[in-house]
Write a new protein. Sequence first.
Length: 153
Amino acid sequence: MIALDWPDGSRWELAHLCLDLNGTLALDGALLPGVGQALRQLGAKLAVHLLTAGTHGGLDRVERELGVRAVPIGQGPEKRAFVERLGPMGVVAVGNGRNDAAMLGSARLGIAVLGPEGLASAAVQAADVVVPDILTGLALLDHPLRLIATLRP
């Protein structure tokens, strides 16, 4: 779990990390450099969930590299429903696509990632934070004071 103690006295307790795969963690079905290591480190703090339509294939390889089973979900409402089943107040969601917007908006913390595939404007509008790449976004979770500095009321 990652706990964030806000200056106003409130506390966020984040237990789940829901991630879009293609365009967020991977390009053309292959993991971006450094993603595997970063997620293995975060896996000690958060339950990691890969939500993907599997557009580019290669899921078996990605699952082996990350040690995480992918959940075959492609539509925005399905991704949001997955987050809601986990309990959205304990979820960090990360994505880049239009189909990630509902998930980003329903999670306690939504992080939109600009990557080589681009970033949908709907994802930007639904997110709490926009980052230039996935490793920067994942690093926010290792350094929660960065989130507090960005999102403080």
